[in-house]
Design a protein. Sequence first.
Length: 359
Amino acid sequence: MTGSVAIDVVIGLVFIYLLYSLLASLVAEIISTNLGLRAKNLHSAMNRMLNNDNVIVFSNSKDKTGIVKKIYDHPEIQSLSANKIFSKPSVIEAGTFSRALVDTLRNGKSDAEVSDIKEGIKSYALPGSIEEYLLNLVDEADDDLDKLRKLLSNWFNDTMSSASEWYKRNLQIMLFFIGLIIAWFFNLNTFNITQKLSMDQKARSELVQLAIAYVENNPNSPKNYASLDSEITDEDKIYNDKMDTLSSIQKQLLKDIENTRSILGGGAWLPDSLVLRVRGESALPYYIESKLLPMTKGYEAFIFYYHLYGIGDKLSYALKMLFYNFLGYVITAIALSLGAPFWFNLLKRTIDLKKQLKN
């Protein structure tokens, strides 16, 4: 394989990873939005702060002392909820949290003294280390409520930084499994794709042209739709607006993917009928694994010999494809879990390298 061919193979493979990593993150974002995973992550992080409980990133953790519920019942927090379906906000500002916590610890006393706040802390039977930490913050504030709110805001920001990392780690695991399903459904075996691009000059050239056109039409790095701080999931937008935005992105993305499918071939799901031979010569597409095809009755029509496949036949073939190509699918899934920005930046650099070598 010459240097030029090798670069073209890399460009083609990276472009495939880019498009399907975008699809994976889009699917993850739709799941995250509909299941309210960010809100659950925030609730779990606050429970960790105040109850010292284990973090359950994609689930609402149990509020043992009731203090987290009191904070969520605060008017400032309640007003952040989108609707009755998504009753908990996905984003809370540090200042909002600190005001809500101070008001909660005041136990409804608008003119509460520092001693009253200390009593409020003790009344919730918080874990020893949390109670001691809050009492130390109150002492450090030295009767200054604004300073206390500032200290609580700093604590909240530090916790949310960790919460963001917890979410991203779990999101990457989710992206891996979504990527594995995508690789299986679209038959994205990294080894087979590499072999196809290495041996098929026409397919390689067409995919490189698609990649160059994509970069020229999309000069900015794509967003990871499913990331915790993604702009496309601005929590100030209502649910329907968010889903409309994702839907429009999905339509354009699927058009780009369809262009690659016309080059690389179909997925792991068999069509209703498949021509096996024409005039006695094999007519199977290269991506069909003939040895995995179900044994069904064949039919002849003119010069064609074909088979018909039902749901059971298709499912059997798909499961065999998963087993037969599992390692290649896993490598693809790992690649997709790295995220679209990573592959976009690598694609731009590789295309630039190709242009430099050409000049």
